[in-house]
Design a protein around this ligand. Sequence first.
Ligand SMILES: [Cu+2]
Length: 430
Amino acid sequence: MPKAKRYEASRLIVMIMLVIGLGGGSGAAAQKGAVHTYYVAADEVEWNYAPSGINQMTGKPFEGNETIFTEHGPHRIGLVYKKALYREYTDDTFTRLKPRPADQAYLGLLGPILRGEVGDTLRVVFKNQTSHPCGMHPHGVFYDKDSEGALYEDGTHGADKADDAVPPGGTHVYIWKIPERAGPGPDDPSSLVWLYHSHTHEMEDVETGLMGAIIVTRRGMAGPDGRPKDVDREFVSLFMLFDENQSWFLHENIQEHTTDPQGVKTTDLEPFDLQDRFSLFGRGFVAANFKSSINGYLYGNQPMMTMKVGERVRWYVVTLGTGINFHTPHWHGNVVLDHGHRTDVIAISPAQMETVDMVPDDPGIWMYHCHVDDHMDAGMIRRFRVLPWAGGRSVARSFARRAQNSVVFVGVTRRWAAHPLRQPKYKFLK
Ligand SMILES: [Cu+2]
């Protein structure tokens, strides 16, 4: 073949290869990032909404109206309910639970955090180890019809329906891609949160406990462990009023966890509290099954979330569930930056997902609760701990950098500097 023709032929081959390469994937399918595989099962678990058995906010036994939501008895289930939760396993044999690190104990009944950077793919090997059909439906990420995890008439059939309702004992592999549109937008911080949950029989599945969080980091912003590089600590909070009256296991819970199952009236709706005042919940059996929880814990029973002054702390705040899930998470002692706005209260409604940043400047143990008062009184309240500034150089440097953007910091750093035990070593503190 003459040289010019050979050149033309090889150019043609290269072009064909390029066309095949690009056409090999449609839309987000063409991306070439890392594939993160998770082994997640839906498991039936006995969940305790207040493992310490007391109100950790008061340090005392439950009293007054708190007993409506916590008391166990002839016609009350109490604190322990059978639920279905997503749990992470080490491999596809689903024989060994992946241990949850101590600093993630606060996640409570949430499923494992699934992480990826823009350009990556999440591959979730799911096994339904419960007695009810269920699945996994993600928000935000890109999925084909066989990975949507929702049961409805969508014109598909066969393999495209296998994800909708995985039968008891069944498995399904969900492929969730993370294109640009699943990552942080121009006004978002370097990562954001999406929910995943069962969407087979949405209401019952969710009230039974099947939900978790996906954290997506902007391209190039994930560190070696997948967490955003510009953040020191992350916390996911699910503010959710679980309606156990809608659970798969209501009748099983009555049988197993009351002492007079035959006498339980599931329609017992007494609209007054224990002081005979009208209230949103009342005091009947129905009311007792509303659990105003954060990550599945009532009255401060969640393991403590700990951070230090000057750290970059990212809060992912979500809710889900029925029409009483309108919440106003409120941090005491410290403030957050919510997409450029400073506040210490944010508003969330069912399936809303918010990412806000805090640089704690005020050490102490602080209340963190829903500011809807009847939710707070019913248990949607907890604490976080801010340890004093360690005085380390890296913390000080980031503290200084962020202080430039914060009027609040000027006063605080002066106050810190004025304390004899906190002598400033750095020039910005004057
Ligand atoms: Cu609330």
